[in-house]
Design a binder for this molecule. Structure first.
Ligand code: KG4
Ligand code: ZN
Length: 332
């Protein structure tokens, strides 16, 4: 059973082939055009997807050594994401499925981030908790089975990836700033500066306050010393990262205690953060969790995770028809 999967929700055009649950190829191209604008420009993302989608799909088929007519289904990201970007992948998938007269499978991007854990060993056992952290989302998901998940906590405002990127922007770093904060934090002192931990009810998060407090902190310091950021970049990055990780781990710990679940996974772009990976391992050891962290390339956006989700949907005969359209804010 061979499925081609397409991911085009944000600024990565990606295609992957999965055969009987095993990933055979995963081609990811990142659109570099957005860097000069300090964030993803939706219109430019759509145009770049349009340009890249055919070569990316062809390369995924070639890498997998699978001919088009050996495919049994076409999967695509239906949402959440940028509408114009999603339209490119959705339309391409629909056209290809129509041309080959095979079924279509729609995939929720955030659920696919969670299912990236089933690409390789070790795989979590059910039920497990997944902290899903990306540029658009921050969620604690209770995963009962591959197709049965429930959000038990989430951000009430900004996503943690946004907090990383916006903090980086305040420091004059280019987009996306998350990986750069990670890089500089490695050389800094995480205790150098103190930022407040917000008091948010239940298992929910809030990151807009911390962004504002970082802004005021920097303004005040720069008034006293115009070179403050340049002279203390590593310490500032380490302190910001430390605070964001602390917020995440506090709620994750609360969730494990509340549910009694000790199988704990992380997913999404921010799970590529080396500080988060390390801290999760340490807290996990202390709390007695079995921790699952996907390989770096399966953390950020990729079509292999869409293919993995599609594999489970194919087995459940959960297909979609040609009238489907993308959803920028896709519910579960
Ligand atoms: O999942 P993803 O690739 O795309 C979305 O669906 O949003 O996540 C992108 C986010 C961006 O905010 C980016 O800055 C962040 O993940 N990110 C990181 C790191 N790598 C990517 N944040 C902190 N440290 C990293 N190493
Ligand atoms: Zn994502």
């Amino acid at each position: 059973m061979n499925i081609l999967a397409i991911e085009s929700s944000c600024d990565e055009t990606s295609a992957s082939v999965i055969s009987n649950g095993k990933i055979r190829s995963n081609v990811v191209t990142t659109q570099l055009i957005h860097e000069q604008y300090g964030g993803v420009v939706p219109e430019l993302a759509s145009r770049a997807h349009q340009q890249m989608i055919l070569p990316v799909v062809e390369k995924a088929l070639k890498d997998a050594k699978i001919a088009k007519n050996a495919l049994q289904a076409i999967a695509f990201t239906r949402g959440p994401g940028l509408m114009g970007a999603l339209l490119v992948g959705t339309s391409f998938a629909k056209a290809m499925a129509l041309g080959l007269a095979i079924p279509l499978i729609e995939v929720n991007h955030m659920q696919a981030h969670v299912l990236a854990h089933f690409i390789e060993e070790p795989r979590p056992s059910f039920p497990f908790l997944c902290l899903t952290v990306s540029g658009g989302h921050t969620q604690i998901v209770r995963v009962n089975s591959p197709l049965e998940m429930e959000i038990i906590g989430q951000t009430l405002d900004d996503a943690v990836g946004e907090a990383f990127d916006k903090s980086a922007k305040l420091l004059g770093l280019p987009y996306p700033g998350g990986p750069l904060i990670d890089k500089y934090a490695k050389e800094g002192n995480p205790m150098a500066y103190d930022f407040p931990i917000p008091d948010v009810p239940d298992l929910n998060f809030s990151f807009s306050g911390i962004k504002t407090s970082i802004m005021y902190f920097l303004q005040k310091q720069i008034r006293q010393n115009p070179d403050f950021v340049k002279e203390n970049l590593t310490d500032i990055c380490a302190s910001i990262q430390h605070t964001l990780i602390k917020i995440l781990l506090k709620k994750l710990t609360k969730a494990t205690r509340q549910t009694g679940i000790r199988e704990v996974a992380i997913a999404g772009g921010v799970s590529a953060n080396s500080g988060l990976r390390k801290t999760l391992g340490e807290v996990g050891q202390k709390e007695g969790w079995q921790v699952y962290i996907p390989r770096f390339e399966y953390c950020t956006d990729n079509a292999a995770m869409i293919a993995m989700a599609a594999h489970f949907k194919y087995l459940a005969e959960d297909f979609t028809d040609q009238t489907v359209s993308p959803l920028a804010r896709m519910e579960w």
